[in-house]
Design a protein around this ligand. Sequence first.
Ligand code: PSU
Ligand code: MN
Length: 310
Amino acid sequence: MSSSRRKWWRLAPEVAEALKEGLPVVALESTIVAHGMPYPANLETAREVESIVRAEGAIPATVAVVDGHLQVGCSPAMLERLATEQEVAKVSRRDLPLVLAQGKLGATTVSGTLIGAGLAGISVFVTGGIGGVHRGAEHTWDVSADLEELTLQKVAVVSAGAKSILDLPKTLEVLETKGVTVLGYGTDVLPAFFTPDSGLPLVHRADSPSEVASAMAAKWGLGLQGGMLVANPVPDQHGFDAEEATKKALAAAADQGVEGKSLTPFLLKHIAEATDGKSLAANVALVKHNARVGAQIAVAYAGARPQGQE
Ligand code: PSU
Ligand code: MN
């Protein structure tokens, strides 16, 4: 690892130690904390997700941009800053150079977090839902940088599928084109974030952490670049049909000319308001569920990994 690179990113001591020992580590994103949920649910959820990862026997590493570094593993004080400060940049691959150079506080999206996980050599990353191809992308070309990053980093991302605010068939097509393996976790259909079933069939499924870990070992053992998407449905009791609220939120966004990086946070906020907080409760529940499954996969992968393989 070149020292010049380490000038721009750093590991929390606990994460560095765990990686050195080959212990399971789970990366976590921070955009969900700064832009995806309101205070105080954001901070409570961020803390609980870290505890769930620990309870399953892995070390959590929340990724963010702090004081001119891509920080892999946030301290409790950093988490609190991300959850409470007004001016937090939303950082994808495109935004990293400026937010780093200017020393601003930044919350990493799935794409930004994947970069941190990749640099650190963390193999599992837990989020709520990944970005994808937006509805109307044939006109706007709005395709999340998350999809591209999944082709670059050797990381398995555990998510509740992709948000129903997206065009899910197109998102699946792009994932196939780019060679990102999508595994339904205990399901044969793509989960749609708030809803366990999008109605879209998946080609591959896994029913246990060790099945996912073996697929990871095979992909990277062969030397294939890029990641994998583990699509884990929202627990049944928290799932609901968000289509009506989503349509309203999309109409409001079009009305107000909201686009680009502001779109996803805008839609999430509107859906939460339109559903009286039901979507927020579902969001919290599915992230926690993903944390449990992701940590179990990290534990299985740490155990299965052949000696000397990253
Ligand atoms: N899922 C959530 N809440 C979020 C996001 C996903 O439950 O806030 C964020 C993730 O950080 C994801 C980002 O990477 O939205 C995608 O944004 P965009 O569509 O602008 O690429
Ligand atoms: Mn976009």
